[in-house]
Design a protein around this ligand. Sequence first.
Ligand code: FEO
Length: 452
Amino acid sequence: MYCVRSVTKDLFWIGANDLQKPFFEAVHPVPRGMSYNSYLLLDEKTVLFDTVDRSVQAQFFDNLEHVLDGRKLDYVFVHHMEPDHAATLGDLMLRHPEAHIVCNGRIVNLIRQFHCTDPNNTILVKEGESISTGRHTFTFYNAPMVHWPEVMVSYDSTDKLLFSADAFGTFGALNGHLFSDEFDFNHDLLDEARRYYTNIVGKYGPQVTALLKKAAGLDIQMLLPLHGPVWRNNLELILDKYSKWAAYEPEVNGVLIAFSSVYGGTEAAANILACRLVERGIPVDMYDVSVTSTSVVLAQCFKYSHLVFAATTYNNGIFVSMENFLQDLAHHNLQHRKVALIQNGSWAPASGKLMADLLGGMKDMEILSAPVTLKSTLAPGQDSELEALAETLAASVRGETPQTQEEPAAQTKKPRGFVCKVCGFIYESDTLPDDFRCPLCGRPASDFKPLD
Ligand code: FEO
């Protein structure tokens, strides 16, 4: 049973939606499903633009044969070899051995790797080369790392269509819609478009910028991505978002608080900080990284200008969910953010310095002040420290000159504390309790000496 939609008078969407798989790429939750777009052109020659994920291949083949209506398939333009688009290519080549595969050299190599076969009829195209299919002429442009190195896009100079591969995609099934103007962009699409962008190509901002520059030189009337809706109106909306995301510019001047808390002490401090910020009129959002998927929180970090990370100390390190989250954030190359930290540790708080170390490896992450340190929970009188942190963050969000801080950035601060002379364990604090015992070797306070 076919399910297709017309894009133009001779171009058809023949993709499909998967509402059953809970994760995309085995890691990103897709509770609203996922679309796998494929398009078919009926010109003097017929052209298929990419195939689909294996999960929807039955629907795809029904759609393909319905629209072909007995015609032979002349060309398959393969823009991207990731299996969510090319898993079905092997079966397609068996069903349509007459088709010429149009792609670049990197794509041919990946066809060999994924499908263990050499395509029979291959037409290799280079940057700027064109193919005419009758009324339409297509020109090819490489878009390396948007999202894999082999990616290319194709531009139809006749109807001014850009087949953009992963670029301009979103998470979520289409559910009968095809064009972005059939959705309410801000309500229906923006969050999932941002989450798709940041998680899938967020690491490759410069490469996305390079593609945007190539696109800026073309007269584009329609963007046709491999996921999500086709853009035929108000293209500047998604192009502006891409431009901002690729430059790692925040969309909201406000504070995103991400915390991990084992017994609630760290969460309570995060909540108090959020209250003090909201009272100052600052936009705030907050997530527990042990509960909410990294895929979601990472996208929110791209959205906000200021980030607060609050984590307990665990196994003398950062609590595992926060450590995993920050490492993923670093892998996605987020940069140009202002950051504050809250650390917790009942006997040896260490998460603040370790989080600062991780953030120090990222580009242009400015830590606004020394971490607020909790010992199990917020101590009487410590409210003032959160009040001061809220004031520092609010002033920075408003672009006011920061107040003089008592401490330099955490990653440059000389550690204070005491070291166990027996095992080397470091207790980070200004004072060492008389009854302290080393948590590693059990030696008493008398076996500790101040750090140099
Ligand atoms: Fe939609 Fe990079 O594959």
